[in-house]
Design a protein around this ligand. Structure first.
Ligand code: SF4
Length: 502
């Protein structure tokens, strides 16, 4: 019984920026008696479906963005006589859809770390169940990835997870509802061992693929301290201490390591935490700024963020502590007006943000926004080719709208065009070259320019452009940039590197 694990993608670039971690984790969760699974990452190359034979098991992980391609593969695999098992966030949310549209024999919901092996055993025994509940496993039970199965020279950044879950509750985000609000941390040893393994293989750049690397803010501690019962306070203090332990161990890794993570803006109020990040070589972080107006923040339940000059100053604090910010902004909130776009671009420049992404508010399943939006359409949502708009991921990509949320004053096209203009402004060549001063030496500056250009091509041009010529040009450019860029990111393998002592 051969086991395939497939990461579906409509577009293959030959080289990918970040390793799809789940593939390598589920490879490790595959019991040894089934042999090494065959890993297929379609962001590298399209899956040759003729490889599937009767008796194979094909595991397909889907999020909403790649569900349609996943369904196409699932149906082909089923027709070829394979057993098809779906997992991932989208399959967790829509098990019935995955069965009906993707040819699934079974669906694994929640974390696959433990339950995937059970599904395979049942499959081998001929007792496969239609559904497996993986739930939310403890941090101690997260499976380390099988990096020995990673193809050489195909990825720029590796990825390691240190924590799942986020205590916040942003309305556009599904993480806190699917991964839970209680942070589940891996042990420091488990994380460090994986990083050492990756450095031995020559990866110097590693993304910490966490929902929120800063799960305990100072404000949370203050609130818990106000309670008479100090149990919660002690729990939070323990979680915070574990973060510092991890960063202290990371600081003992080779000094040329570079980590990137995802945190909330509250971390800027916590200089002790930021300094520990700098010492741990966490040089960059995605920070969800989302909106620059109080009304916008209120709308998305993120009013713990700041606005105006205080916001710019808060963002600059990260840089002052050696942490570069990839600021994430959302456009299309009901309170947005034409001037919001320029104000956001100006804020991003003034705050010294190193990279930025400007996304259009999209109702993704699993979020509060989606629930509200779906309900607003009642039983008769508009359709495209007979597919309700409230199932937008099932609409063929060429016909899929770019923007779904009705706006009180702007048309969808106006929101899209203004969003595109902000991307163009932030990533214009002279502006990027000026920002590249953050990198030392000409080689690093060129890498900075290329990665900026790549980010813009992969995200803005392929994601929000409606013009198909522009999209395919963007894909070609991305492919051209990826190859030289991958070489710039490669590090020297350190086969003798030892795990630093605690
Ligand atoms: S957007 Fe970020 S802070 Fe908000 S719930 Fe999601 S992971 Fe947490």
């Amino acid at each position: 019984m051969r086991v395939f694990l497939v990461n579906p993608s409509e577009t293959a670039y030959g080289i990918a920026v970040i390793t799809p971690r789940w593939l390598f984790v589920l490879a490790a969760a595959t019991p040894g008696r089934f042999g090494d699974p065959i890993l297929v990452d379609e962001t590298l190359d399209p899956f040759d479906l003729t490889r599937i034979a009767p008796g194979d098991v094909v595991g397909i992980g889907v999020h909403t963005g790649n569900a349609l391609r996943g369904y196409m593969i699932g149906n082909a695999a089923r027709a070829a006589g394979a057993t098809v098992v779906f997992g991932g966030i989208h399959a967790t949310l829509f098990p019935e859809e995955v069965r009906a549209r993707g040819g699934a024999h079974a669906v694994v919901r929640g974390d696959g770390d433990q339950v995937w092996g059970q599904a395979l055993d049942d499959c081998a025994a001929g007792t496969l169940k239609p559904q497996y509940e993986g739930g939310k496993v403890d941090g101690d039970s997260f499976v380390p990835a099988r990096w020995d199965l990673m193809p050489e020279g195909k990825y720029m950044w590796a990825s390691v997870q240190t924590v799942r879950g986020c205590p916040k509750h942003c309305s556009f985000c599904s993480v806190w509802r699917t991964d839970g609000q209680e942070p589940r941390m891996r042990t420091v040893d488990a994380v460090i061992n994986e990083i050492v393994q990756l450095r031995r293989k020559g990866f110097r750049f590693i993304a910490l693929a966490d929902d929120n690397f800063y799960p305990v803010a100072l404000k949370d501690l203050e609130q818990a301290d106000r309670r008479e019962d100090k149990t919660r306070l002690h729990e939070l203090q323990e979680l915070r201490a574990e973060r510092f332990d991890l960063m202290a161990r990371m600081a003992k890794l080779p000094g040329d390591s570079i980590f990137f993570t995802q945190i909330t803006m509250e971390a800027a109020e916590d200089p002790e935490f930021l300094d520990a990040m700098r010492k741990a070589n966490i040089k960059g972080a995605l920070v969800g700024v989302e909106a620059v107006t109080p009304e916008g923040l209120k709308h998305i339940y993120k009013d713990f963020n700041l606005v105006g000059e205080a916001l710019a100053e808060r963002l600059r604090t990260f840089k002052e502590h050696g942490v570069h910010v990839l600021g994430s902004f959302i456009f299309g909130l009901p309170s947005d007006r034409p001037q919001t776009f320029d104000a956001t671009a100006e804020l991003a420049e003034r705050a010294g943000i190193t990279f930025a992404q400007f996304v259009m508010l999209t109702p993704f399943p699993g979020t509060l926004d989606f629930d509200k939006w779906e309900k607003s359409h009642g039983d008769t949502p508009p359709t495209v080719d007979g597919i309700p708009l409230t199932r937008h991921w099932l609409i063929p990509i060429a016909k899929r709208p770019k923007y779904y949320m009705p706006h009180p004053t702007m048309t969808p096209d106006e929101v899209r065009q203004r969003t595109q203009a902000v991307w163009d402004r932030f990533y214009s060549l002279p502006v990027v070259w000026k920002r590249s001063q953050v990198a030392r030496g000409i080689k690093s500056r060129i890498a900075f320019v290329l990665i900026s250009k790549l980010y813009r091509q992969m995200y803005a041009n392929t994601g929000i452009a409606t013009d198909s010529a522009r999209q395919s040009r963007a894909n070609r450019t991305a492919r051209l940039i990826l190859k030289p860029l991958q070489r710039l990111f490669v590090g020297r393998p350190l086969p003798d590197l030892q795990v630093p002592a605690a």
